[in-house]
Design a binder for this molecule. Structure first.
Ligand code: ZN
Length: 444
């Protein structure tokens, strides 16, 4: 058997070297060379999808089968892929390789409760791992002890980070989240005794862990945490500033989705760059689906250029983002990403759309605001709960109401939040960052 005949899982060093070489070659492209490179990969991916993906063969049969775009306008002639279609194709409709090539299978459950599947080949997996490894290697290495406190069940992101950290020589503590083996109480005890140098979790969990440590009479600063890598939840600069100040940590970030793995990774300068070597990104107006100019917020649309197990073409992510061509000091040709939450997470109040992250920024940056807040629409006004940071809660509520009305043009009713209620609600949520008034009422 020659080397090339051996199955991929027995060719790790070779696949890793090829992935590193491709990454390095991509970094040498100038931004204006990126589209040609991407469209060459796209045409190959379309050949693969039409030949092997049952979903795309059926969806694009006849009409789009022969289409091979050479530029962004040509790509826009092809229809979008939606989350509802992914649900419809569950579990194996999108699988474009033989079962013997599948190395990992995961699932996510959306708001409707219907699952979607995510699948990768060994090579897809290693290529993703290598990209994550390059990113975390700027921050962490031997001597670091990293608590990964995101779900390991049915997910890829936790294992992706886990393996990448191992590759850069850091030690991983796979604490997971919401598990019976390691509930929050145990995680807090372990943070105190084991003393991690880095924490991976959602921003809301980082606040909750801080709060629990303080509650048990301990000073979180004594743990010596240096780095906080936040994933799985977008949050406002005001919330991030609180976390950085409370924990005394350096912040870093990674962005991805269950269907695609990592899509945004941080460079040595701390900027979040799109994984444009493996994905082609568009940003559209979520209402009209027309493209928006660079630097304008819109919905991220993802086309996978490299993933063989599950090609995704023009997939509407539902994520509200800004992509910027602003050059980064690291010299990478990849564009920069800023995430503004889910398109569906906007509050609609009196006919106006309020971005939840923008609202969070206003609420938490108000002088005297504490760690927690929640909001929900209530007819033609917005209902807000906020925690005071030791000062007068009534004065804080009045100040928040005034700022929200001035900035968003809607009346606001603001009341103090009950911390015990927040804790009960958060401790049973997979995504505590999306805490709403409804969630609070469900545990009152
Ligand atoms: Zn950079």
């Amino acid at each position: 058997m020659t080397t090339a005949d051996r199955p991929p899982h027995l060719r790790y060093p070779e696949i890793r070297e090829a992935a590193l070489a491709d990454l390095a070659a991509f970094e040498k492209l100038s931004p204006d060379q990126v589209p040609d490179h991407q469209f060459a990969l796209l045409r190959r991916q379309l050949d693969h999808a039409f030949a092997n993906s049952p979903f795309y063969r059926e969806k694009w049969a006849g009409e789009f089968g022969p289409v091979r775009p050479t530029d962004a306008a040509g790509l826009r002639a092809l229809p979008f892929t939606t989350k509802a279609e992914l649900r419809g194709a569950y579990p194996f409709g999108l699988l474009a390789v033989g079962r013997e090539e599948l190395i990992r299978y995961g699932e996510s459950t959306g708001t409707t409760g219907s699952p979607t599947s995510s699948m990768i080949t060994y090579e897809d997996w290693i290529r993703g791992n290598v990209a994550v490894e390059q990113s975390v290697g700027h921050l962490l290495g031997p001597g670091d002890l990293v608590f990964i406190a995101i779900p390991y069940e049915l997910a890829f992101a936790s294992y992706d980070l886990d393996r990448a950290l191992e590759q850069v020589g850091a030690a991983v503590v796979p604490v997971g989240t919401l598990s019976l083996v390691c509930p929050f109480e145990r995680m807090v005890e372990m943070m105190w005794t084991v003393r991690p140098t880095a924490l991976v979790c959602t921003p809301s969990r980082a606040l909750r862990l801080y709060d629990m440590l303080k509650d048990t009479g301990r000073d979180p600063a004594e743990i010596g945490l240096k780095t906080f890598l936040y994933v799985g939840e977008t949050c406002s600069p005001a919330k991030l500033e609180k976390i950085a100040a409370l924990w005394g940590v350096q912040l870093s970030n990674a962005y991805g989705s269950t269907e695609t793995n990592s899509l945004g990774l941080v460079c040595e300068r701390g900027s979040l760059h799109l994984t444009e070597d493996r994905h082609l990104f568009e940003v559209i107006d979520p209402e009209t689906t027309e493209p928006v100019p660079d630097g304008t917020a819109g919905e991220l649309v993802i086309t996978s250029l490299a993933g063989r197990a599950m090609p995704l073409l023009r997939y509407r992510s539902g994520d509200f983002v800004t992509v910027s061509t602003e050059p980064c000091a690291c010299g990478s040709p990849r564009r920069l990403l800023a995430h503004h939450g889910r398109v569906s997470e906007q509050l609609i109040v009196g006919g106006r759309r309020i971005n939840k992250l923008a609202l969070e920024q206003t609420v938490l940056s108000t002088e005297g605001a504490g760690l927690y807040w929640a909001a929900g629409p209530a007819g033609d006004r917005v209902e807000i709960r906020v925690e005071a940071d030791g000062g007068d809660p009534e004065a804080l509520c009045a100040a928040v109401a005034e700022r929200v009305t001035a900035e968003f043009g809607v009346p606001a009713h603001v009341a103090p939040i009950d911390r015990a209620q927040v804790r009960r609600a958060m401790d049973r949520m997979l995504k505590p960052g999306s805490l709403t008034i409804e969630d609070l009422e469900a545990v009152s």
